[in-house]
Write a protein that binds this ligand. Structure first.
Ligand SMILES: [Mg+2]
Length: 386
């Protein structure tokens, strides 16, 4: 079997890759470098120069070759490599008539617990989102910020005490709305400094969140380790890390109790599986990051299916970034999309490969929507993280 073509495909806000072979088998992958889709597509096209004519079954070799042939890396390159890796696993599964999880050692679970995405510009909207999740049968909510998802066009200002006490009060309301039937995955989106993160973490311990995600910018791993050492709230991080080696440094410094590899930028199924195994050695849980399409979800579910230390899967629902920015219906985008079973889980399917394929005409129905370069400013004019 030989690779015949490697094609980046823009659909809606997503970037996919389709790899065709001389046997007629087609593999599908997705990139997670969503801020730089054009650059990633160009990198995929560059990788095609190497891949065309090669045996698609030599996944690890191609991964090593493309990672190591030159000294550049980062999210764009790794987004491209991840998309290619997922597509090669998809091809391999279809070639062997087996789901990818069967090739990774077989399923250790039949369904994956998921968390519901909650967005809101006010605390009331976020509380409503939790109630909505409960009604639908979810047992966890995530993307749940204690600071609200205010518009990025609104200048920001709060005093320190407003910022911290307001966040604590919001988490109290979330717990009240969630009861003990729903876990809270608190998303900080890198808004805090290390001392703020420690104050907030200690103040919300009483509400028993499942985790506090990205309390500080992930660039300095020692700072994440400092925060993790000062609070009993589990720290979840890793969505921006693009390699196994960054995760090794994070865990060596005690920076996380839960790791969040993004299958679509950490090196695909190959990379994420290694991160999961690294974490397993330390009894650290895995919560695959997944803000993307049902293709990413399908790739994540191969990790969920096979990693003994899998904890919960991010399962995006209806919006993206700003509230109300609706996604295409999963079933309109792909066949085989994972569906919530009404009990807080999705079933892991046993279809060959990753189990999903683009619907015919999806690219025409959902033309590419470039993400605007927009971030929030402080009232003093400086950039804030949100
Ligand atoms: Mg996050």
């Amino acid at each position: 079997m030989r690779i015949e073509s490697v094609t980046p495909i823009f659909i809606d806000r997503y970037l996919f890759v389709e790899i065709t072979t001389d046997t007629g088998i087609v593999g599908l992958g997705e990139s997670g470098a969503w801020g730089f889709q054009e650059g990633t597509a160009a990198t995929i096209t560059r990788f095609a120069e190497y891949l065309i004519g090669k045996d698609p079954l030599l996944i690890e070799h191609h991964w090593q070759y493309l990672y190591r042939w030159t000294h550049f890396g980062g999210a764009v390159v790794m987004g491209a490599l991840s998309a290619v890796d997922i597509a090669l696993w998809d091809i391999t599964g279809k070639h062997l008539d087996a789901p990818v999880h069967a090739l990774l050692g077989g399923k250790v679970r039949d369904r994956a617990r998921v968390y519901y995405h909650v967005f809101g510009e006010t605390t009331d909207e976020l509380v409503d989102g939790i109630a909505d999740a409960r009604r639908q049968g979810y047992t966890a909510v995530g993307h749940l910020t204690p600071f609200t998802d205010a518009l990025r066009t609104e200048p920001y200002f709060e005093t320190h005490v407003q910022k911290i006490r307001g966040a604590v009060d919001a988490v109290a309301r979330y717990r009240e709305a969630a009861g003990t039937e729903v876990d809270l995955c608190i998303e900080i989106h890198r808004r805090l400094s290390p001392f703020e993160a420690v104050q907030l973490g200690n103040a919300i311990e009483q509400y028993t969140p499942l985790f506090m995600e990205d309390p500080v910018l992930p660039d300095n791993i020692d700072e994440m380790g400092y925060v993790a050492s000062k609070t009993t709230v589990p720290i979840a991080t890793g969505e921006r890390y693009t390699s196994l080696w960054e995760f090794q440094m994070l865990l060596a410094r005690g920076g996380a109790q839960l790791v969040r590899p993004d299958v679509c930028i950490v090196g695909g199924i190959t990379g994420a599986r290694k991160v999961a195994a690294l974490a397993e050695a330390l009894h650290i849980g895995v919560v695959p990051h997944n803000p993307l399409s049902p293709v990413s979800t399908a790739a994540c579910l191969q990790i969920a299916a096979t990693a003994p230390n899998f904890v919960i899967q991010e399962f995006p629902n209806d919006s993206w970034g700003e509230k109300g920015d609706m996604r295409p219906e999963p079933s309109a985008l792909v066949s085989g999309a994972a569906e919530h079973d009404g009990e807080g889980f999705v079933t892991i399917n046993d279809l060959p490969g990753i189990g999903v394929a683009l619907q015919p005409g999806a690219a025409e129905r959902y033309p590419y929507r470039k993400r605007e370069i927009l971030t929030r400013l402080h009232v003093d004019g400086s950039v804030v993280d949100q």
